[in-house]
Design a protein. Sequence first.
Length: 224
Amino acid sequence: MKITEMYDLGRTIAAPLFEGKEYPWEVLPLIGDYIMELGSTLSADEYDLHGDGVWISKSAVVAPTASISGPTIICAGAQIRHCAFIRGRAIVGENVVVGNSTELKNVILFNNVQVPHYNYVGDSILGYRAHMGAGSICSNVKSDKSVISVNTSMYGDGTMGNISTGLKKMGAALADNVEVGCNSVLNPGTVVGRNTNIYPLSRVRGYVPGNSIFKDAENIVLKH
């Protein structure tokens, strides 16, 4: 579940933010400042500056009903659809779809991510071509408001214990090509490896290994 195992950093404008980091959640507190630094360097031929700290590619399509606060960068070819709510500190990659009533906050969406229907994605990182089915959400705060740890032994992968993130807000880190089924809940501190599928209506927490199918907490099948 290290950055090098999860992401193709050539698929995001945020690649420099991951340099020198080991785990994906380490970048979450840095997103806002990074956007402001990067935004000031973006070409005016390619991006329009809207208000205070919102850079939108000229080739992105943004519905007039969408609400976007800064700091935010929306890259080329992205679609921000009807009633999307982007609350700031959001990097929306190339060809990303942010759909109807989807809410984003403090996120990095790699290129070609799809969060197209009624999704909440807060304090999270979604890798290249990750897709969240309708109604699936990233829960980002524990009920007792304590520091979030990632459980690395939930599903018998041979490792033991918890890794503290040091954060009280962390949703999910989805690697490249993760598919999350409709109406699933990714609990705080969920990390999903590359090419994994999550069944609809799932409740997920801790680390789910790559190249697997999560049917439920007692039934995870490795892909052949």
